[in-house]
Design a protein around this ligand. Sequence first.
Ligand SMILES: [Zn+2]
Length: 140
Amino acid sequence: MSEYQKPIPEPDFDSLRFWEECRNHHLVLQRCGQCQRFRYFPRAICPTCMSDQYEWEPVSGRGSVYTYSVVERPPSPEFAADVPYVVALVELAEGPRMTSNVVGCSPREVRIGMPVEVTFDDVTPYCTLPRFRPLAEGGR
Ligand SMILES: [Zn+2]
């Protein structure tokens, strides 16, 4: 069994819950207890109102492609087998934008504004990455 060679996230105090929930195939975001806005990436202080009060809340996992790039040249040898692949900024239905990949379709099919939904990729027994795929037909 080959070992996963690509970089993986190293959870810190603020992001640990996010990555733990991903392992369970749940997408959660911090929601400010003061202004009620969702935020991503995980951090201690609300970027809007500076409150340190927040809760973790499940979110829909739905959103749309805000912008994207097709990677044609691997950034390091570990990614050579993956090209071409899509790095996208996905605007979640709850507001925050998340850097991820769009998978499950040809890179040529990706468009700005395309509806997507989260899918979870268990890259190691301890790390699951949230990626996005085209929203299934009829999904709302
Ligand atoms: Zn706030």
